[in-house]
Design a protein around this ligand. Structure first.
Ligand code: ZN
Length: 462
């Protein structure tokens, strides 16, 4: 035991040598994260975070002795479980914590961890020129660079309870519903508050999120709010004005109401278009075209549609990511048809077809559940987003509106709060339509026919 501890200490003390020696299991191995209870204290001067996290996990196999989370640049300063200190190591693959005793399958453990630092990605502080302190902070897709989670395990969903300690003149956003604000009394010159957020349903690690800043806020009706740093209330209202109609449209198509009391959209400078579990971060470059052409509203629709397709109903692993992005891209077209007419739907699909044709030309016409590597983000998007949308349009045409929309509703209701793969989707659509769709799924989704050497049938690839 002593020898093992010494060896482990070397892992932390000498990371380069250790990385060559230690072949660790991947982050998330053998565990299912149940919940996070996290307090985040952003330092707006140093642009760092101090975090305390209480993470509860269940063992998926007997003898689980270590918990592994995605690697981050954050520095762990203490780790405890069952009231005593536990070993933390930073291996090449993971942040690794050794439990006080191995767990049997189904057993649960809670670890309490303190860590701090500047995440190398996933968190952006923004600071006006010449200002001493940042005026706001927001997170993006790389959640596991600031939270000890597993970035590439969308199938592992967990409840989250997140508290943010921020200056009293800031507003915050995080997961689920706002639970309330309490004032901290230590420093009257620098008043700070504790904002508490909590999700009622579990979400995947990559959707964990927070933001805080000195924003202008518009509350729109009971269920919407828009925030932005350098915008007037009028700006925000005109940019996000159609969100209410979209919300009603998506709720109707999903058959599942908005799973939070209020949906927030945070406007930031630049080109962001990022869904968080229960709010969205939207860049000015993506949304401002709406001011000259109201049909340029894809970014609002896309990120809002993720509330159901992606966030509530989530792919089990990235091989089935088209179920997040293809359905969402299709729903943007469906929204446009609803709002602007069938020409807008056709235009959106034509745009998707063009992207698929472009990657076809370079020999990259892959099935939707293609599990191999993509040469670029563009090719991945052409397949999982654009071809995914075209497959949805194909099913709609084949099954007819009535059956197609009732199947989508059944799928969304059945799996809300859970995870899915392409087979789950196929089963629901077959059951609802009473049509054998195996040929369609072979051609579009699994590529089975193509893999067996058969030529793709003409006209079915896009
Ligand atoms: Zn998306």
């Amino acid at each position: 035991m002593r020898f093992l501890l010494l060896a482990a200490a070397l892992v932390t003390a000498s990371p380069i040598a250790a990385q060559a020696q230690v072949t660790d299991l991947p982050p998330g191995d053998g565990m299912d994260i149940q919940s996070y209870r996290v307090e985040i204290n952003p330092d707006f001067g140093a642009e760092t975070l101090s975090v305390t996290a209480e993470i509860t996990v269940t063992a998926l196999r007997d003898g689980l002795d270590r918990l592994r989370f995605s690697p981050t640049a954050m520095v762990v300063t203490s780790a405890q479980s069952e009231g005593r200190a536990i070993l933390h190591e930073r291996t090449a693959q993971a942040h690794r914590f050794t439990l006080p005793r191995p767990l049997q399958r189904g057993e649960t453990a809670t670890v309490s961890i303190r860590y701090h630092g500047a995440p190398d990605k996933g968190v952006t502080f923004s600071r006006p020129v010449d200002a001493k302190r940042a005026t706001h902070v927001f997170t993006d897709y790389d959640a596991c660079s600031w939270l000890l989670c597993v970035q590439d395990a969308p199938g592992d969903k967990a409840l989250a309870d997140i508290t943010l300690v921020i200056p009293a003149d800031m507003t915050s956003l995080s997961i689920g519903n706002f639970q309330g604000r309490t004032a901290l009394k230590q420093d009257p010159k620098n008043p700070r508050v504790r904002d508490h957020w909590r999700s009622a349903i579990p979400y995947s690690g990559y959707l964990m999120s927070f933001a805080a800043g000195k924003w202008v806020t518009v509350q729109s009706g009971d269920r919407l709010a828009f925030h932005g740093e350098n915008y007037t209330r009028t700006n925000l209202s005109s940019l996000f004005g159609t969100t209410g109609d979209m919300l009603r449209f998506f709720e109707d198509k999903a058959g599942v109401p908005l799973p939070v009391e209020r949906y927030h959209q945070l406007l930031i400078e630049g080109s962001a278009a990022q869904e968080a579990a229960t709010y969205s971060t939207i860049g000015t470059e993506e949304i401002e075209p709406i001011l000259t052409d109201p049909q340029e509203d894809w970014v609002i629709a896309h990120e809002l549609a993720h509330i159901w397709w992606g966030n509530l109903v989530t792919c089990k692993n990235w091989d089935h990511f088209w179920l997040n992005e293809g359905i969402t891209s299709f729903m943007v077209a469906a929204w446009k048809e609803h709002k602007f007419g069938s020409a807008a739907y056709d235009a959106e699909l034509a745009h998707a077809r063009k992207r698929v044709e472009r990657v076809s030309k370079i020999g990259f016409d892959k099935p939707l559940a293609f599990a191999g590597p993509y040469p670029s983000l563009g090719t991945r998007r052409a397949v999982q987003y654009s071809k995914g949308a075209l497959f949805m349009a194909h099913l709609r045409k084949k099954l007819g509106d009535k059956i197609f929309w009732s199947a989508l509703k059944r799928y969304t209701r059945t799996f809300a709060g859970g995870t899915v793969d392409s087979q789950d989707f196929q089963r629901v659509f077959e059951r609802e339509s009473n049509v054998d769709l195996s040929d369609d799924f072979d051609r579009w989704v699994t590529g089975n026919n193509v893999a067996n050497g058969a030529k793709p049938r003409k006209g079915t690839q896009i």
